[in-house]
Every structure is written in structure tokens, then in C-alpha cells.
Design a protein around this ligand. Structure first.
Ligand SMILES: *[C@@H]1O[C@H](CO)[C@@H](O)[C@H](O)[C@H]1NC(C)=O
Length: 478
């Protein structure tokens, strides 16, 4: 018989009958084997300071996960223990779930997919609700094509919420232990629905931080904490290098980015960045020390589409005025080709178009931008820095998400290794060395986290190799 991990890591302490866990159980436990005050979750997830909507509270045998945005809480209790009576009878928790969860999940939005795949839980996906071609994950697509994962989709009436809810209810009837993952604007009150509103968070780090909610559900905080902290460190490395490389460049001489796309029948939707964290692209531009071209207040017209948020659009003339001299253009959708075919006369007046410096978001195919991109935000920021010339020249970066429209083919998310369709997804990682320390003469010296080492490296300008200086000069004098 296979010993469960929980049993295998039970280590009796000398001179005491107490048993201590060093990692969160990966199966049910027998509570009679433990003391009353055993902490079953020694590995805990702590949200980032910029994560606005997720809180996890740990108790010895249960956790309370709170979704602040949708005002929902979920009670997760260790399988084998009794759920806390007071908490359950309070009725304040929308779902009471035995963990580690093992009863399938239903995916309703593609950003939920990477979180499950990173934690090796693709095998827990029981159904996907929506248009199957929007799934970018090659292995999940393959499982759906083979019918291993059910597809709940009504092609004749794809946006009919009633139909979709009925399909989900039918799946739940056959899989009563399953959990449905809802989006922030999905069926948040649905039975056994847990909301993942990651796309509503303010920063890239916070968006990815919702991996912690999945980790709490599967007792995989140890794995998630490692992934989360390393991705954040890589992201910060790119941002610190951009800051280092532009330290002496005045604000108005920073590289500019035009971030805009066209909506048929409406007009040009242009970045709106009143603050660095107003939108994900504002944040990327900010951390690459680029200035993003924002829609000037009062320019354009707005639509609210029956909701509360206003969406602004510019006419061709307004857009031409605003963007024609900007050297780099990111077109964050797959439709640039169609628009260019329609409006070549206008677009050929743009410096970015004339110089072939237009990038769309199809580096990994048309749909990965709305899925795996969110889990590779450290790579995305390096893509952005590299197109405006603020990535470190010392480490070769292969652009992965932003695709040069004029010189590169549309990318692909790759194929699933059929040998192991349930293997964990291994994301791409940004390669980044902190310039501030690697350009000093002491490469084996203190880590970049050491404030003394960092400030010393910053103050000794002479240690920046001449090639870097020349390279920095070339991008800003070009
Ligand atoms: C959704 O589908 C149901 C069942 O077919 C139908 O009765 C309903 O009218 C549809 N709703 C909309 C808004 O089309």
C-alpha cells in the first residue's frame, strides 16, 4: 500500500508525544493520530501587498479564503477533520469544502487554466464551459478533443447564460463533489461556485497571486509560494534594470509606446493611464521606464454599453494626431492585419508602421495572451522593455508574447506531450541578471538584496562597461 505523504512526513518529536507536520497533507488524515493543537497547514500563503481582493486566514484544521471583490468567503477544512461547527452554522461561507479538493473542477474562463496546470491539477478539470477554440493550453485542448474533459458549449447560442448555467448544473448533478470556478462577473452566487476575480486585480503580481487560492484548495501552498516568489523576483529584476538604464534620462526623453487597437464600428481604443496601476499596460510601461501615450482628457467619445464603466474611442483623425509620431506601437489583439488592410492610407502615416515597429500579442498564438500570459508576466515585461530598448543588453531576451507584425509569423502555444497529458505546465521564465550588481567588479559579492552592495554599484558609474553606455546612448539618440 502506498503511504500518503501526510503519513510519511509525520515526525515524532523527541521527549514529547506531539507530532508535527512540515508540509500540508496531500490526502485525508486520521485525526486520532494527532494532538488537538496540531497545525495541519504549516505551509501558508500570504498575499502580496498589492493584492487587493484575496485574503486567506489559517486555523489549525481549516482555512477561510475571502474574495473581497465579490464579498464571498469559502471555508476549506482538512479532509478527515470535522468542519468547525460555529463557522459552518454561521452561514457566512458560500462554499464549505473538504481539502485537498478531489472532486473535479469546472473551468469557466481561460485565465483559470494556468493556475490549475501550474499546480499539476489539470487532471482535476472535469469540464470547460465556453467556446473550445479559445483554450490555448495544448494539453487541455487535447483532453477536450478526446472527451476526457467535457465541453459545455452551445454553438447556436453561445452567450446564453441560462443555457450555460443549465449545462453546469447538469455536470454538478453527475459530479456532486465538483467545484465550479466562476469569473468576477460570472455566476458568483451559484451553488458550489468559487469566484476567481484575478483579472480585476490592479497589478500583474496581484493577478498572478490568485494562484494562492488554488494552492489553498489543494494544500499546495509550498509549491505555489515558490512559483509566486520566483516570478515576482524575475519581474522586479527587469524593472530594476530598466530603472538603472534610464536613471540619467529625463522624463520627456524616455521611449514612448502607443498602445491602441481598433474596434469595428466604434473607433480607436487608446491607453488611458492616469496612474501607473490604472491598467496592466500602464504598469508594464511604467516598469520599463517608457511613457505610454494616453488618450488626452476630453478627446474622443464614450460608450458604456449599459454598464457603469465608460469606454472611450477616437476617430481616425484624432488617432492620427495622437499617435503618428510615436516610434513603437503595441496592438493588443489579433486584428492588426484586418485594420491595416482597411486603413493603410492612414496607418502608413505612422512612424511606427513606416519603421516596422508594430507589435501584436500573437507571439504564442491568438489566445494565449488571455491565458498563459497572465502566468508569464515576468516574460511579458521583458518583451515590453526590449521593444523600447530598456532591457539589459547583457542577457539575450527572445521576445515571446509581443510579435513583430511586419517581420515575424504568428506564434503557437506548442503541442501537448501525449506521453504525459497530466504533467504540470512549466511556464517560460524571464532570464534576467541585475545589471547593478553584475556590472560591478565583484560578481560573487553580496546579493542584490543587500542595500549596501546595490548603492555601491549604483554610485560607481565607471563600472558600467563602455558597451552598455554606448548602447544606452544609441537608443536614446536614435
Ligand atoms: C436561452 O436559452 C433558453 C433555452 O433554450 C431559452 O428559453 C431562452 O430564451 C434563451 N435566452 C436568450 C436570452 O436568448
Amino acid at each position: 500500500m502506498k503511504l500518503s505523504l501526510a503519513v510519511a512526513i509525520l515526525l515524532p518529536l523527541a521527549a514529547s508525544s506531539q507530532t508535527v507536520l512540515y508540509s500540508n497533507p496531500q490526502g485525508c488524515i486520521d485525526p486520532s493520530k494527532y494532538d488537538d493543537d496540531t497545525d495541519f497547514f504549516p505551509q501558508k500563503f500570504v498575499p502580496d501587498v498589492t493584492t487587493d481582493y484575496l485574503a486567506v486566514e489559517y486555523h489549525n484544521t481549516y482555512k477561510i479564503v475571502t474574495n473581497v471583490l465579490n464579498e464571498k468567503s469559502y471555508l476549506f477544512y482538512q479532509c478527515g477533520t470535522d468542519p468547525p461547527v460555529d463557522e459552518v452554522s454561521s452561514g457566512r461561507h458560500h462554499v464549505v469544502l473538504s481539502i485537498p479538493h478531489a472532486g473535479k473542477v469546472v473551468v469557466t474562463e481561460t485565465p483559470q487554466i494556468p493556475s490549475l496546470e501550474l499546480l499539476s491539477k489539470r487532471s482535476e478539470i472535469g469540464a470547460y464551459v465556453g467556446e473550445p477554440k479559445l483554450v490555448s493550453s495544448p494539453c487541455l485542448s487535447s483532453l477536450m478533443a478526446d472527451g476526457v474533459v467535457e465541453t459545455i458549449y452551445y454553438p447556436d447560442d453561445p452567450w446564453n447564460q441560462t443555457l450555460n448555467d443549465e449545462g453546469v448544473a447538469e455536470f454538478l448533478a453527475g459530479n456532486p463533489d465538483a467545484i465550479v470556478l466562476a469569473g468576477a462577473f460570472g455566476n458568483v452566487d451559484g451553488e458550489r461556485h468559487i469566484v476567481d476575480p484575478q483579472t480585476q486585480e490592479r497589478t500583474a503580481v496581484a493577478t498572478f497571486d490568485w494562484l494562492g487560492m488554488y494552492a489553498a484548495m489543494f494544500n499546495l501552498e509550498g509549491v505555489a509560494n515558490d512559483i509566486i516568489s520566483k516570478a515576482k523576483a524575475r519581474y522586479e529584476c527587469a524593472a530594476e534594470n530598466a530603472a538603472y538604464l534610464t536613471a540619467d534620462v529625463p522624463e520627456d526623453e524616455r521611449p514612448k509606446i502607443l498602445w491602441a487597437e481598433y474596434y469595428d464600428g466604434l473607433g480607436w481604443s487608446v491607453a488611458d493611464c492616469p496612474a501607473w496601476d490604472a491598467a496592466y499596460y500602464c504598469e508594464y510601461a511604467h516598469h520599463c521606464e517608457a511613457s505610454i501615450v494616453s488618450r488626452p482628457e476630453g478627446v474622443g467619445f464614450s460608450e458604456s454599453f449599459g454598464g457603469t464603466e465608460e469606454y472611450w474611442y477616437l476617430t481616425d483623425d484624432e488617432f492620427l494626431m495622437l499617435g503618428k509620431d510615436v516610434e513603437t506601437w503595441v496592438y493588443p489583439s489579433p486584428t492588426f492585419g484586418d485594420v491595416y488592410a482597411m486603413k493603410a492610407e492612414i496607418l502608413d502615416q505612422f512612424v511606427s508602421v513606416r519603421n516596422g515597429r508594430v507589435y501584436d500579442t500573437q507571439g504564442q498564438g491568438p489566445y494565449g495572451w488571455y491565458e498563459q500570459r497572465l502566468a508569464e508576466y515576468d516574460v511579458v515585461v521583458l518583451d515590453v522593455c526590449s521593444i523600447v530598448g530598456t532591457a539589459s543588453p547583457a542577457v539575450m531576451h527572445d521576445r515571446r508574447w509581443l510579435r513583430s507584425y511586419f517581420t515575424e509569423a504568428i506564434g503557437s502555444p506548442g503541442t501537448c506531450d501525449d506521453g504525459d497529458v497530466f504533467a504540470a505546465w512549466v511556464p517560460a521564465e524571464a532570464r534576467c541578471d541585475p545589471i547593478a550588481t553584475t556590472t560591478s567588479d565583484d560578481q560573487t559579492g553580496p546579493s542584490p538584496a543587500d542595500p549596501v552592495a546595490t548603492s555601491a554599484a549604483f554610485s560607481i558609474v565607471g563600472f558600467v562597461p563602455a558597451t552598455v553606455v554606448a548602447w544606452i546612448a544609441s537608443i536614446f539618440l536614435a
